[in-house]
Design a protein around this ligand. Structure first.
Ligand SMILES: *Cc1c(COP(=O)(O)O)cnc(C)c1O
Length: 514
């Protein structure tokens, strides 16, 4: 085949020690020694006093870039100790601290210590999930975790699941399976022929569903116009009667592919009425996907689990353990009620899973994923579940729920604050109402940026409709409380920081008007 043969074999002079590689026991020893050396740098680092470094964004980014030095591959390496110390210092001095009690911006929890330790172990093996020979024990750990989650969700014997790199991608995968199942019912093969022949695809979700539903529909070739938003009630849950009416109004040239219910909207934590939605979807034979990226973790708590009743009726479920679950990202999962749904993804690839190998049992999880190489992200979650058990996990959820309810109570007591949405799970949405009411949206935005720039508190922002359909969106502030070590005093500190920033913004506005 035109190969030019070597006339002489190259001579090889090994110059690296076994500890170069993490997988060997020398290497693993090196991993933990290196972390030990980096910890000295973390301890010596000048931590920001708040959850995020103070300063304007360009200055913060510039200091971090300067700490790293010129963007050029050094000709000679610094050695592991200096390299890790440099990065540990950079990350600590110029980064966020999600374990700070005034970090409350996003559904981005502080990582649990045991999860990070387990993640280092998982990285050390560098196993992958696609084939048997890329890591049998990693496959076993993922199957264990999926089994635990199926059991929590109550999905039954035919259920299955897979880890994905995030809730957005779990939603994409759920809708892909729904799309292909719907096409199959029409005698079409979406996998082979694409979706051009699929007449008028429609995906229903609440008007408060996550934007990734739209993006998934665009990526799946259905177009964002396929998404039909269903109105919500005063508690921000999909109105089942509106869903039924929208379904009844479909014309024969439209194909309903899926109903997406949200269990835990990102801003409000509101949970759509799953049993009613399931009944409507089942009546019409439509796939029901539940986006429980945020809300699934409520199942850890006996006090809150009942809110997810009806989840067991879903055809597919998205859940993010990197939200309520305290895992480092990414630890997202797509569960399906029937493992045959994965047929849409399955592939036979000569270099990965030839038939005779698979028949002999040498098979991995390639057929459940859009990825080929896939990180063993289940290891950190398995370590977490084994460490804390359902009681420990439930306790963490309940503390965060209580923190949100305490924050709600504090906001209601403050005349300068207005509660916009109560604590359903672990978020609270509110507004600062000092200053000129006509200037309120600008003021709330400026208030949050002021907190960011001061580095004293990390809070969220969103927009909420002020009244019924068609009423204007108003800028609101949001606490997302995911720190199970925080206390009521910490919430007081957070509310006080908001009040101080609000008053300072009002003062500045008045001064510049004068
Ligand atoms: C966070 C979230 C997502 C997206 O998950 P990522 O892991 O950030 O991709 C999807 N749906 C809901 C309801 C979410 O809160």
């Amino acid at each position: 085949m035109g190969v030019i043969p070597l006339t002489e074999a190259p001579s090889i002079h090994p110059s690296f020690p076994p500890s170069l590689l993490a997988g060997s026991s020398e290497g693993l020893t090196e991993v933990f020694a290196a972390l030990g050396e980096a910890i000295d740098a973390v301890r010596a680092a000048a931590r920001p006093t708040g959850p995020i470094p103070a300063g304007a964004p360009a200055d913060v980014l510039l200091s971090a870039a300067q700490a790293l030095g010129p963007a050029r591959l050094p000709a000679e390496g610094l050695g592991g100790k200096a390299a890790l110390q440099l990065l540990a210092t950079t990350l600590t001095e110029h980064g966020i601290d999600l374990s700070h009690p005034r970090a409350a911006a996003h559904l981005q929890p502080p990582s649990l210590a045991v999860a990070v330790a387990a993640d280092a172990l998982a990285s050390a093996t560098n196993a992958s999930l696609d084939t048997y020979d890329s890591g049998p024990s990693a496959i076993a750990v993922e199957r264990w975790l999926i089994g635990v989650l199926i059991d929590l969700a109550g999905l039954g014997k035919r259920a299955d699941g897979v880890l994905t790199p995030g809730g957005s991608l779990s939603n994409l995968l759920g809708l892909l399976l729904a799309r292909d199942a719907a096409a199959l019912r029409l005698g079409l093969n979406a996998r082979q022929d694409g979706v051009a022949a699929l007449p008028g695809p429609v995906v229903f979700c609440s008007e408060l569903a996550h934007f990734s539903v739209q993006r998934a529909c665009a990526a799946l070739g259905l177009g964002e116009a396929a998404v039909h938003p269903v109105p919500t009630d005063e508690r921000r849950r999909m109105r089942p009667e509106a869903l039924a009416a929208a379904l009844a109004a479909l014309t024969p040239d439209q194909t309903p592919l899926a109903v997406v219910a949200t269990a835990g909207t990102t801003d409000f934590g509101s949970i759509d009425p799953l049993p009613q939605i399931a009944e409507i979807a089942a009546d019409r034979g439509i796939w029901m996907h539940v986006d429980a990226a945020y809300g699934f973790g409520a199942l850890f708590s006996e006090r809150l689990a009942g809110r997810l009743a009806g989840l067991e009726l879903a055809d597919s479920v998205t859940l993010d353990l990197h939200k309520i679950g305290w895992q480092p990202a990414a630890t997202s999962v797509l569960l399906v009620s029937d493992t045959s749904a994965f047929t849409a993804l399955d592939r036979e690839v000569a270099y990965l899973n030839p038939t005779d190998d698979s028949e002999a049992g040498y098979d991995g999880l390639l057929g459940r994923s859009l990825q080929t190489t896939r990180r063993p992200d289940a290891v950190k979650a398995a370590a977490t579940f084994l460490t804390h058990g359902r009681t420990g996990m439930g306790r963490m959820v309940e503390i965060c729920h209580d923190l949100a309810r305490y924050a709600e109570h504090r906001i209601l007591e403050e005349p300068e604050l207005e509660l916009v949405a109560p604590a359903e799970l672990t978020t609270v949405v509110f507004r600062y109402r000092g200053g000129d009411p006509a200037d309120s949206d600008r003021l709330n935005g400026a208030l949050r940026r002021r907190l960011l720039e001061s580095g004293s508190a990390l809070i969220g922002r969103t927009e909420v409709r002020s009244g019924g359909p068609g009423s204007p969106q108003r800028v609101c502030l949001k606490f997302t409380l995911l720190n199970p070590t925080a206390t009521a005093d910490d919430i007081d500190g957070l509310v006080d920081a908001v009040l101080d920033a609000g008053r300072a913004c009002v003062r500045l506005t008045e001064e510049s008007a004068a």
